[in-house]
Design a protein around this ligand. Structure first.
Ligand code: OAK
Length: 841
């Protein structure tokens, strides 16, 4: 309140309040000003990098004025806010997105042209914000876009990693990781050096009686690290609403140096202390769907969660409401179990710092949180060793034990005869050492638990969380099928298709109400429309072919069928099955007569994706793909009939080039392992068909677009357990076509066979856990159906149009509205009429 300007002086403020540019001339003026003052350059010294910086700063200035108004509006309205806690936000580039969301891309294009630049070159200067691994992180980014676009009062909270996901280079066919230092110049963040929180680690817990004789607990000693807030504005599409993503950066608490050590001559160790503090937010752990239980990761989690909760509680306390109203003001969503410590931290704040009784505090806590599960893979379910926990967060461990005690007591009362149940559902696993099961803690501490696609939500209820459904009843468990933002994944990535759709659906309204795509069904047989559709797909393939040429030096024919699998490399996603299929195709071509070859549909098999640095099998898959490419791409017998490409460093900005160029994309996980998948939705929305298994959101995509428009194959989730059992205890024979592929690998056709023996061995000798051999035959068969279908271009295009027309369900707007209604109980806060400052459409 003290920082607020007194009434008489506010007139001057209002008079000079910042407004974003509105015209092309204003924009140019802003760009030149930033080049000449902020960047201290001139027209004689302005390269594309400087132009990017200045254009971004001009947009940033615009966003931050709207950001301020949005935050003021939300504070005055005093309603409920959503807080989305995610350890990953895979944002990609911001400039193009900001230009499109505020409706100023054409203005910027003209302005930049006047100043001597092509807008595409300027957009291309930006380094991706890659603070995530894959699906979970990109989903968080799509959610932020939808939350802002739908005017929900919502904040994201995350960590400001100095190094995002590594950059992948391919050297001699092997993946090499290069650090991603992305903060050299980042115009999209606002450092808030005044918004800091001291975060405590280690130390001891002391119990004592206060002067009224009440039992008190205090967590004392240990070390303190400072959290500094960095705010990233999140513009909504076609609304002035601009939300906030707050990222925390770690810093030594005692200023620059520990002066005592410094003065006593221990300069090195005082610098080392500072570096140790900064290490907390230094690097994103590069594992997707895998938990490694490292202490630094637990430190990251607590650091981020404690800073975020302090911030949320501080905001709530300003309203001077009773604590019992906390859940009416605050909804916190846990993006997987990574932020689960928030449950414990809020209980600690209410109990130890605010003096509430246990039951009252716990009731507030458990009404506040919702938990989203993103995987059933056992190796991804987080567990922390109790001794590690005890050392780092002694008070939190005590609280967890108490939560567990009360929880197990209610279970015992409800199911007195079920002896094993208590051990099964205990938050503490009685292993050596004991472990804290974070998913169980998240379930007990939340009022709703959701999966991310129908099959996945059913699976968690019947497998990993079965006992909890029995304890809490089925209503606590729900499904919210994932979605994607059509702004980035259609309008931004595929501007020509977006324009064509707009011309037939009455403008760009479909970008806010994706069900309007339905209108396209009318044009399924419209010759002119189909021609334009095909031209756009071809142009997108030409664009990708150019990218392939510049990055790999391989020439691909844009008329060939582009078959794409881009996602993190993981055995469960089965890129190995894809490359074995490619080898099979290669062998088939080699055995064909020239006449037979003429009848074959030419294909380009495109792969992309990162392997976790410690995931040896995934790296072997990358190696095999590259070696197969090296052989196939130079084989004169093959020519254009088959090319095999591995695209280096798959990330969000490359996805925007790759996805619009696909004819078919592969989503071929072992049934029951891919929770949802979201790139499947992106590919279909861009007019590509998919080949996939009955897994994750593929099932709902099929329901929406119709089974004639998707190439499904493979065993079902319900059969997986029995198949695995039969591999181990029955006789396991390898599919005959797959056996031929293995023979060829063993012959050394694709380089030293020894390099791939583990990959082959996992299937031949070690139980084929991911059922590659079981599904291989129907996979090849279905790929042959794809070849056939592609020959009839007219029908193929009809399928694509029909599919796009039926994709409305997969907008992340639908998804966010479902969360808002069934989990968060929040309403949008629309800007007042006329409060659309500067928005041009
Ligand atoms: C990452 C780390 C730990 C646990 C899960 C993940 C993850 O990325 N899961 C993915 O989440 C996506 C968004 O819900 C889903 O579409 C993917 O199927 C799932 O693997």
């Amino acid at each position: 309140v003290e920082a607020s300007i007194p009434e008489p002086q506010r007139e001057a403020w209002k008079k000079y309040a910042a407004h974003g540019f509105k015209t092309k001339e204003d924009f140019e003026k802003e760009v030149v000003r930033h080049v000449e003052t902020t960047l201290a350059r001139s027209m004689f010294n302005c390269d594309e990098g400087a132009a990017y910086s200045a254009a971004s700063l001009a947009f940033r200035d615009r966003l931050i004025t709207e950001w301020n108004r949005t935050q003021q509006r939300q504070t005055f309205s005093d309603g409920k806010r959503v807080y989305y806690l995610s350890l990953e936000f895979l944002m990609g580039r911001a400039l193009d997105n900001a230009m499109l969301n505020v409706g100023m891309k054409d203005v910027a294009r003209g302005g930049l042209a006047d100043l001597g630049f092509r807008i595409e070159d300027i957009i291309d200067q930006e380094h991706d914000a890659a603070l995530g691994n894959g699906g979970l992180g990109r989903l968080a980014a799509c959610f932020l876009d939808s939350l802002a676009s739908l005017n929900y009062p919502a904040w994201g909270y995350g960590l400001r990693y100095r190094y995002g996901i590594f950059k992948q280079e391919i050297v001699d066919g092997y993946q090499v990781e290069v650090p991603d230092y992305w903060l050299d110049f980042n115009p999209w963040e606002f450092p808030r050096h005044d918004v800091t929180v001291d975060i405590q680690f280690y130390g001891n817990v002391r119990k004592y009686q206060d002067s009224q004789g009440k039992q008190q607990v205090s967590w004392e000693g240990g070390e303190i690290v400072k959290a500094v807030a960095f705010d990233v504005p999140i513009p909504g599409f076609d609304t002035p609403a601009t939300n906030n993503l707050r990222l925390w950066s770690s810093k030594a608490a005692s200023g620059e140096f520990d002066f005592q050590k410094f003065n006593s001559g221990d300069y090195e160790s005082s610098v080392a202390d500072q570096q140790r503090a900064e290490t907390i937010s230094a690097v994103l752990y590069p594992n997707d769907n895998l938990d490694r239980g490292k202490e630094l990761r637990l430190k990251q989690q607590y650091f981020w969660v404690a800073a975020s909760l302090y911030d949320i509680v501080r905001r709530f306390k300003k309203s001077k409401r009773a604590w019992s109203e906390f859940p009416d003001q605050v909804a916190i969503q846990l993006n997987d179990t990574h932020p689960t410590l928030a449950v414990v931290e809020l209980q600690r704040i209410l109990l130890d710092l605010e003096g509430l009784e246990w039951d009252e505090a716990w009731s507030i806590v458990s009404q506040t949180f919702g938990y989203t599960n993103h995987t059933v893979l056992p190796e991804a379910l987080e567990k922390w060793s109790v001794p590690l926990f005890q050392n780092l967060l002694p008070r939190h461990l005590q609280i967890i034990y108490e939560i567990n005690l009360y929880f197990l007591q209610t279970v015992e009362r409800k199911f007195p005869k079920e002896r094993d149940l208590l051990a099964r559902v205990s938050i503490i696993e009685e292993s050596q050492p004991k472990m804290v099961r974070m998913a169980y803690l998240a379930i007990v501490g939340s009022h709703k638990v959701n999966g991310v696609a129908e099959l996945h939500s059913d699976l968690i209820k019947t497998t990993i969380f079965k006992d909890f459904v029995k304890i809490f009843g089925p209503d606590k468990f729900t499904n919210v099928t994932n979605g994607i933002t059509p702004r980035r994944w259609l309008h931004q990535a595929n501007p020509r298709l977006s324009e064509l759709i707009a011309s037939k659906t009455g403008g760009i309204g479909f970008l806010k109400d994706l069900n309007l795509l339905n209108e396209l069904e009318k044009y399924v047989d419209d010759k002119e429309f189909k021609k334009e559709w095909a031209e756009i797909k071809y142009a997108n393939k030409v664009r990708l072919a150019k990218h392939i040429k510049t990055t790999t030096d391989v020439t691909v024919n844009p008329s060939a069928l582009f078959d794409i699998q881009v996602k993190r490399i993981h055995e469960y996603k089965r890129q190995q099955m894809n490359i074995f299929g490619v080898i099979h195709r290669y062998l088939t071509i080699k055995n064909m007569t020239p006449e037979e070859r003429k009848k074959l549909a030419p294909r380009v098999s495109i792969f992309g994706g990162k392997a976790a640095p410690g995931y040896w099998m995934a790296k072997t898959i990358i190696h095999l793909i590259n070696n197969v490419g090296a052989v196939v791409n130079k084989d004169p017998d093959v020519g254009d009939l088959l090319k095999v490409i591995f695209l280096e460093d798959y990330n969000v900005s490359k996805a925007e080039i790759i996805i619009p160029a696909s004819d078919i994309s592969e989503h071929i996980s072992t049934a029951g392992t891919e929770a949802s998948g979201t790139s499947n939705m992106k590919f279909v929305l861009n007019g590509g068909l998919i080949i996939g298994t009955c897994d994750g959101a593929n099932i709902e995509i099929t329901r929406e677009i119709g089974e004639d428009n998707i190439f499904l194959f493979g065993n079902l989730a319900e059969d997986v357990e029995d198949l695995r059992h039969s591999h181990t205890y029955g006789s396991h024979t390898i599919d005959s076509d797959l056996a031929k592929v293995f023979e060829e690998i063993k012959k050394g056709t694709f380089g030293d066979a020894g390099a791939f023996s583990a990959l082959v061995g996992a299937i031949e000798d070690h139980g084929d856990y991911y059922l590659v051999s079981d599904d291989f035959n129907t996979y090849l068969h279905t790929q042959a159906l794809v070849d056939e279908a592609y020959k009839n271009q007219d029908e193929w295009i009809s399928k694509c149009i029909t599919s796009v027309a039926r994709m409305g369900f997969f907008s992340s707007d639908r998804c966010i509205n479902e969360y808002a209604e069934s989990i968060w109980n929040v309403e949008p806060l629309a800007p007042e009429n006329g409060d659309t400052s500067g928005l041009q459409k």
